[in-house]
Design a binder for this molecule. Sequence first.
Ligand code: PLP
Length: 406
Amino acid sequence: MKNSESVYQTKFSERTKCVPRSFIRDILQTATSTGVISFAGGLPNKEFFPVQEIKESVNRVLLNSPHTALQYSNSEGFLPLREILSSQYQTDGIEVSPKNILITSGSQQALDLLGKVFINTNDKIIIEEPSYLGAIQAFSMYRPEFLPVNLGNDGINRESFEFLVSVADIKFAYLIPNFQNPSGISYSAERRKEIAEIAKQNNLLLIEDDPYGKISFNNQRKKSIYSYAPQNTILLGTFSKTVVPGFRLGWIVAPDAIIEKLLVAKQAADLHTDIFAQHLVCDFLSNNKLEDHLIKIRRAYALQAQEMMKSIRKFFPAEVQYTNPEGGMFLWMTLPDGLSSMELFKKTMKKKVAFVPGTPFYINRNDSNSLRLNFSCSNTDEIQEGISRMAVCVNEMLEQAKALIS
Ligand SMILES: Cc1ncc(COP(=O)(O)O)c(C=O)c1O
C-alpha cells in the first residue's frame, strides 16, 4: 500500500473519525517542556507516591505468591482486592458485594466498557457542562448525542436535568459529584438526593464517577448518589489518586445484570487487568493504613488550593470568578465576558505558564472564557509566580477590551 495519508483516511472507521485527539495530552506535551510552570496537568503529586511501601509489597508478593501474581487471571479481578473494596464501602455505609465489583484498567477503561455496553449510535446521554474530557472522548467512540446540562455550585442544574429526562429517551447520565474534574465543584447533599429520586422515578441509569471522593480536604464526605439509588447507579472508583496512577487500577460497581455484560466486554478488550498490579495494591492496602496516606495528600492539596486562591485574590482583577474546591485537584476560573481563555493560553505560554482552556470540556463550543487550573503538582513559589504571570496577561486583555468599548 502506498504510504500516503489520504489512503489511510479512507480505511478508518466512522467511529474513529469523530473522536478528537486528547487536547490535554497535546497541551501537556508543551507544558512539560523545561521552565514551564504548569497548572495544565491532571496528575497526582508524585511526592506522595508510597514508593517504599510499594517496594515492600513487590518483595512480599514475589515471595508469597509469585505464580498467581504472574499468571493469566480471571476477568472479574483479584477476589481479595474486591473484598477489600467491598469492606471499604461497608465502612462508608454502602453494601456492595465483591461479585458486583469488576476491576478495570483504570476508571478510564470503565468509561470505555460502559460506552461499549450501552451506547448505540445517536443514543442520548446527559453529561455535566463542563465535563471530564476523558469521558467525552471515551463515549464519543460510540457516537452518542451528548445532552449537556449546566453545572452550578451545588451540582448539575436540577430543572434542566429533570426536563431532559421527562422529554427525551436518555440512555444514561454521567455525573462526577465529588470535586469534579474540571470544575472542582461538589454536589450538595440535597442535589444528590434529588438526582437519585429523579432517576428512580424515571428508570434512569446514572454513572457516578468518583475518583476524588477520598481527597476531601476536611474529610467530610457527602453520601454518594449510589447510596440513595443503588439499582439505578453504576459507581466508578480508582486507585489513581489515592495510591498511584501508574498501576492503572480502577473498578466498576454495578447490579448483577450489568456486571455480566461488562464482563464480556472486558474479556473482549483485554482478558483481565494487570494481575501483578492487583496483587501489589491488595498487599499495600493489607499492610498499610490507607487513611494515614490520605491524610498527607489531603493536607498538602488543601494548602496548595488555598495558596492558589490567595494568589488569585492578590493578583487577578476582581471581575474574574473562580470555584472554591473543597477537595480534589482542580479549580475552575471564569474570565470576564468577551475574554477568550484560548487567547489567554497563547499569551501565558509566552510567559511559560500553562493551564487548560475551557473549550474542550464543553460539547459544541468553539471558544470559552473559562479555564481549568490544577494545583496538586505545584509548590507555593510556583503557584505565586505562575498566577502572577497569568494575571499580567489577563489585566492586559481586560484593558484592551475596555479600550475597545470606550
Ligand atoms: C473524572 C475522572 N474520571 C476518570 C478518570 C480516569 O482515571 P484513571 O483511569 O486513572 O482511573 C479521571 C482522571 O483524571 C477523572 O478525572
